[in-house]
Each structure stands twice: as structure tokens, then as C-alpha cells.
Design a protein around this ligand. Structure first.
Ligand code: PMV
Length: 330
């Protein structure tokens, strides 16, 4: 008897991201500048005969009780991952629905580094390829909206755009994603407060406040639009001091709209005292990660030592030029 031919397992990976300028304000219409970094989610997909969508995930759960993490259920964490697989199966006609998806996420969760977008995008690419379909980046980006909306309520799309396209992008809206050409990535240190929080809740609160204080928020959005455009030019021209100043001003505005946190403020202040050119929270804030623009590797190490002594967790990251990629057939 001939051995049964096994369906191949297809793997795809997608990077994490940091936002250099424009988080929150991008939800309100300002452009943001974001950079993919080399922490990854990897998804492995293979067809199964059960007709079911099976999902298993290994996630870096470093839970710190900030009053919000009580009762985290595994079904809740797996729901968006399942949805990512399902949006692809809906799109790929004429196939049986059975698929087994296994995810390894090496990106801290709820920390502002886009872990959910990265897992969704990796799953979408892997499941599609397991059905013999190589999706284009634009389509992967579009399909990721559904799982992202489940988690983040009203995502701007900047997270899934960055993890899909990689490199540095300017993002304003789904139709306005521009890849930015740079020879070298900025020297960015990423440090985690360890306080994890819900992006959806933070974004919801900002959107609500923007409706009651329209004029103030309009001015902020206009200013952030100018900050992002200038930051892009500074980055393209290699003018790090200017980029750092723009990041600092962006942080002042993020603090004004109430999404910073005392621990983030302490890490930001300490990194500036230790020689950073600019520092700010990255992602939704309220805890999570901060970033510091450093003068070079030596300065980065000095700042990292100081932040570690204060209880921060520093991640070794650099620019990830590629976005989502299918890795191999096995
Ligand atoms: O915290 P993260 O990694 O999910 O980043 C969210 C970025 C926001 O601008 C706060 C929300 C969004 O959808 O753009």
C-alpha cells in the first residue's frame, strides 16, 4: 500500500513594530512613522482532515498584575488567531475548511510592539499558502483588519501595515502607506515597563475624549502631522538630533492626552539623562514599552544598563527590513 501523502506544513513569520511618531493621533487622522523590528511571530499551517480550524499558540505571557490582567482566558487570547485563519479560508474558495495552525510568538504581548498584528499577519500568509495561494501584501494587510478589530476595537491599521511591509513606513490610512528608503535604521533602544494593558481600552478612552475636546485635539492632530512629516525628513537626511527633538515633543503630547504612565516617564527621563537624543512611549502607552533614540551602540548599552537597574526589560532589536514572509514548505 502506498503511504498517504502528508500535506506540507507552511511557515510564515512577521515582525514586531515600534512607532517613532504618531500613535493614537493616527486613529484621529494624523500620519504616523513606524519601524518594523526583528522580534517575530511565526505561524505554521497545515491542512487537516477534521474540517475544523485548530489553533495552538505559545505566547510570551509575562503577566504583571496591574489590576487589568485578572481572568485572562486562553479562549480570549486564541479568538483573534482563529479569526485570522478563518478570514483566509473564507477568501480561498473551493477548499475544505480543515486547518491546523501553530503559532510561536516571541513578541511581548500588550506591550505596544504589535504582537497581535504580527501573529494575525503571519497566520494569514501561512494559511493562504497552505491552500496554494500566495497573497499579495495589500491583501494580507486588508484581511488582518478583522482580527485586529476584534482586539483593538478601532485599529488605524498602522500595526498590520508595518508588520506586513517591514522597514520604515509612513502610515496615514489604508490607502496611504509609504515605504521610506533609508540606508541605516535609527539606533533605537526598546524597553518594557512590564506593565501590560489593553490597547482597545486606551484607544477607546482617547477617541472619547477627542469628541468632548474637539478644538484641542484638532490642534494636537495638526501638530502631530507636522511632527511625523518632519521626523520622516530628519530620518531620510540622517539628522538624528532633530528626530530626537521631534520624538520628545510627540511624547509631551502623548502625556497631555493621558496615555503615559509614571514608570514610562521615569524610564524616558533616565534615558535622556544618560544621553538619548529623544525618548517616548511606543504603541498605546499606559505601560508597555518606551523607545529611546541613541547616538550609537556604546550609548545604547549605557542607557540600557541604567534602564535595567530601574526595573525595565531591554529587548535586543534592530530594523527588520522585510515584512511578512513565507519561510518554507516542509
Ligand atoms: O499598542 P499597540 O502596539 O497595539 O499600538 C497601537 C497603536 C495605536 O495608535 C495606539 C492604535 C492604532 O490602531 O493605531
Amino acid at each position: 500500500m502506498k503511504p498517504k501523502k502528508m500535506d506540507p506544513t507552511i511557515s510564515a513569520r512577521a515582525p514586531a513594530k515600534v512607532i517613532l511618531t504618531g500613535e493614537h493621533f493616527v486613529v484621529l487622522g494624523a500620519p504616523a512613522l513606524a519601524m518594523a523590528v526583528n522580534l517575530y511571530s511565526t505561524a505554521h499551517a497545515s491542512r487537516n482532515e477534521t474540517g475544523k480550524v485548530e489553533v495552538e499558540a505559545t505566547l510570551p505571557l509575562r503577566l504583571v498584575d496591574s489590576g487589568e490582567s485578572r481572568g485572562v482566558k486562553s479562549e480570549e487570547l486564541l479568538k483573534p488567531l482563529r479569526m485570522a485563519a478563518e478570514v483566509v479560508l473564507d477568501r480561498v474558495h473551493g477548499n475544505t475548511r480543515g486547518v491546523h495552525v501553530q503559532v510561536e510568538c516571541n513578541i511581548p504581548i500588550g506591550a505596544g510592539l504589535g504582537s497581535s498584528a504580527s501573529t494575525s499577519v503571519a497566520i494569514i500568509a501561512a494559511v493562504a499558502k497552505s491552500r496554494g495561494v500566495q497573497l499579495g501584501k495589500k491583501e494580507i494587510f486588508g484581511l488582518a483588519y478583522k482580527p485586529e478589530t476584534l482586539i483593538h476595537n478601532k485599529p488605524s491599521g498602522v500595526d498590520q501595515a508595518t508588520t506586513t511591509y517591514g522597514g520604515v513606513i509612513q502610515y496615514k490610512s489604508p490607502g496611504k502607506v509609504e515605504s521610506i528608503k533609508i540606508d541605516q535604521g535609527p539606533c533605537i533602544l526598546v524597553c518594557d515597563t512590564g506593565l501590560h494593558r489593553s490597547t482597545g481600552r486606551l484607544v477607546g478612552a482617547v477617541v472619547k475624549r477627542s469628541k468632548t475636546r474637539e478644538a484641542i485635539y484638532r490642534d494636537h492632530v495638526d501638530e502631530v502631522a507636522r511632527i511625523t512629516k518632519s521626523a520622516r525628513r530628519a530620518l531620510e537626511g540622517g539628522r538624528d538630533e532633530e528626530l530626537g527633538e521631534l520624538m520628545n515633543r510627540n511624547q509631551e503630547l502623548l502625556q497631555k492626552i493621558g496615555v503615559s504612565h509614571p514608570m514610562l516617564e521615569r524610564l524616558i527621563k533616565a534615558s535622556m539623562e544618560s544621553g538619548a537624543l529623544g525618548a517616548k512611549l511606543t504603541g498605546a502607552g499606559g505601560g508597555g514599552c518606551m523607545i529611546a533614540l541613541c547616538r550609537g551602540d556604546e550609548s545604547k548599552q549605557r542607557i540600557a544598563r541604567r534602564l535595567r537597574r530601574m526595573g525595565g526589560t531591554v529587548y535586543k532589536t534592530s530594523l527588520a527590513r522585510s515584512g511578512v514572509e513565507v519561510l518554507r514548505d516542509s
